[in-house]
Write a protein that binds this ligand. Structure first.
Ligand code: URA
Length: 436
C-alpha cells in the first residue's frame, strides 16, 4: 500500500516551473491552501508565473476551475417559476473592452422576453471600465444585493446586474488581486478559470461569452483570443453550462463614449431605439445568441423599438434603489481635442481612449479607489469620417481639470488620420461552440 503524499507549495511550483502537468491532488491542494492562507501569496505568485510561462492542459484547467468553484458558495436558480413553468436563466460575460457598455441594454432586453438574466458584474480595474462603476452613476442605485433579493428580483423583473457576493469563488478574488500585480493576468488558463469559476458558481443554465480582441482588450492576438474562447466553451460544457463564445473586435472602442455616466447615457439611447450602430449591432447579436440558448427565436430588435426593453430597464434600476428618471451627473470641466491636419480617420485606438478615460478619473489604479461618475471621453468621429484641421475630435470630461494634460497626451495618438478610408470593420470575427 503506497502512502499518500500531501503536496507542498515548493513541489507544486517546481513541477510547473519544469513544465510538468499538475495532478488533481496538487491542484486541489494549491487552491485550497492559498485560499486558507496556508500557501503564501509569494508562492502562489510564483505558481501563477509558472502557469503563464508553461501553460496547463485541458484536464488541469478543468480541475483548477472546479477547485476554485469548490472554495465558495454556488447559487441555485432552479426554483424560479413563472406561470407555473421553470424560468430559464442565461447570462453573458465580456472579457472587457473600452466603451463596452453592452451589458446595460442587453440584460433588460433579454429579460423582457421572459428569461431570467442573473448578471454578476465587476468593478473596473485598469483601462477597461466596470459595469458596476457605470451603473453607480445612477442616483440611488445599489450594486450590493443579497442572494435572497437577487432571486426575488429575477422572479419579479427577470433582470439583475449586481456585484458577485464575497462567497462566490473566493479563491478567484484572492488570486485575481495577485495576478493583477504580478503580470500574470494574460495567462489563458488563469483567465479562463477565473471567468468560468464565477459563471459556474453563479448557476446559470446557459452562457454567451464575448471574447474581445485588439488593443483595448486583455488579448491583442486573434489566435490567443480564439484559444481563450475555446477553453472557456469547453469548461462550460464540462460543467453542464450550455456555452457559446463570440470573438469580437476591440481595436476600436465601442460606440462614442468611454467612462461611467457617459456610457449609461449611451445605453439609454439604445434602449430608446437609437444609439450608435456598432453598439446596437453587438447588443442584438448577443441577444439573439442568448435567446437562442433558451429556445427563443424572436427578433430582439422588436423589444428595443417597442419599448419593452426600456420598461424592464426601469424596473431593474428601481428594484436596486435607483431612480430611472434622475438626471445623470455631468462633468464640471470639459476640454476638446482637435484635428492637427485635414484627413480621413483610418483608426481610433481603443487602448489610447481607455487610458485617457482612466486618467480623467473614470477608472481606478488600486482596488477600492473611488471613481468619478462624470469622468470619461466622448468621441465625435469614427473610422472613415473625413475631418478638417481644427475640427473637434473628442471631448474630455472630468471633475478635476488638472487631469486634462495627461489624458490629452494619451489622446494625441488615438485618432489616426490618413488619405484613404479603411476597410469596413468586422465587429464579430468568429463564433465558437463546443468542438469548433
Ligand atoms: N475577468 C475575470 O473575471 N477574470 C480575469 O482573469 C480577467 C477578467
Amino acid at each position: 500500500m503506497s502512502a499518500e503524499i500531501t503536496p507542498d507549495a515548493v513541489s507544486v511550483i517546481t513541477a510547473k516551473r519544469d513544465g510538468r502537468a499538475l495532478d488533481d491532488a496538487q491542484i486541489d491542494w494549491a487552491i485550497r491552501a492559498f485560499t486558507d492562507g496556508e500557501m503564501a501569496p509569494e508562492q502562489m505568485s510564483a505558481l501563477a508565473m509558472a502557469v503563464l510561462l508553461r501553460g496547463m492542459d485541458r484536464r488541469e484547467i478543468a480541475r483548477w476551475t472546479a477547485a476554485m468553484v469548490a472554495t465558495g458558495d454556488r447559487l441555485d436558480f432552479s426554483g424560479l417559476r413563472r406561470a407555473g413553468r421553470p424560468l430559464r436563466t442565461v447570462d453573458k460575460h465580456s472579457t472587457g473592452g473600452v466603451g463596452d457598455k453592452i451589458t446595460l441594454p442587453l440584460t433588460p432586453l433579454v429579460a423582457s422576453y421572459g428569461v431570467a438574466v442573473p448578471q454578476l458584474s465587476g468593478r473596473g480595474l485598469g483601462l477597461t471600465g466596470g459595469t458596476l462603476d457605470k451603473l453607480e452613476s445612477i442616483p440611488g442605485w445599489r450594486a450590493e444585493v443579497t442572494t435572497a433579493d437577487m432571486t426575488a428580483q429575477l422572479q419579479e423583473v427577470g433582470a439583475v446586474i449586481c456585484a458577485a457576493g464575497a462567497g462566490l469563488a473566493p479563491a478567484d478574488k484572492k488570486l485575481y488581486a495577485l495576478r493583477d500585480v504580478t503580470g500574470t493576468v494574460e495567462s489563458i488558463p488563469l483567465l479562463a478559470s477565473s471567468i468560468m469559476s464565477k459563471k459556474i458558481a453563479e448557476g446559470t443554465g446557459a452562457l454567451v461569452l464575448d471574447v474581445k480582441v485588439g488593443s483595448g482588450a486583455f488579448l491583442a492576438d486573434p489566435e490567443d483570443a480564439r484559444e481563450l474562447a475555446r477553453t472557456m466553451v469547453a469548461l462550460g460544457a464540462d460543467a453542464g453550462v450550455d456555452t457559446v463564445a463570440l470573438v469580437t473586435d476591440m481595436s476600436t472602442p465601442l460606440g462614442h463614449t468611454a467612462g461611467n455616466a457617459v456610457e449609461v447615457a449611451e445605453a439609454l439611447e439604445v434602449l430608446s431605439g437609437g444609439g450608435p450602430p456598432d453598439v446596437v449591432h453587438l447588443t442584438l447579436v448577443l441577444a439573439r445568441e442568448m435567446l437562442a440558448a433558451v429556445g427563443i427565436d424572436d427578433d430582439p430588435a422588436d423589444h428595443l423599438a417597442g419599448g419593452q426593453a426600456m420598461d424592464t430597464w426601469r424596473a431593474m434600476i428601481a428594484a436596486q434603489g435607483g431612480d430611472p428618471d434622475a438626471a445623470l451627473p455631468t462633468a464640471a470641466h470639459t476640454d476638446t481635442v482637435t484635428a492637427a491636419t485635414d484627413g480621413i480617420v483610418t483608426g481610433l485606438d481603443a487602448q489610447a481612449v481607455g487610458l485617457a478615460a482612466w486618467r480623467l478619473g473614470a477608472g481606478r489604479a488600486r482596488p477600492g479607489d473611488a471613481v468619478q461618475s462624470e469622468a470619461g471621453v466622448v468621441w465625435h468621429v469614427r473610422p472613415g469620417d473625413r475631418v478638417r484641421r481644427g475640427q473637434a475630435l473628442m471631448t474630455m470630461h472630468t471633475r478635476t481639470p488638472e487631469r486634462f494634460a495627461a489624458a490629452r497626451a494619451a489622446l494625441e495618438t488615438a485618432v489616426i488620420l490618413g488619405d484613404t478610408a479603411p476597410a469596413a470593420r468586422e465587429l464579430v470575427r468568429e463564433r465558437i461552440t463546443v468542438g469548433s
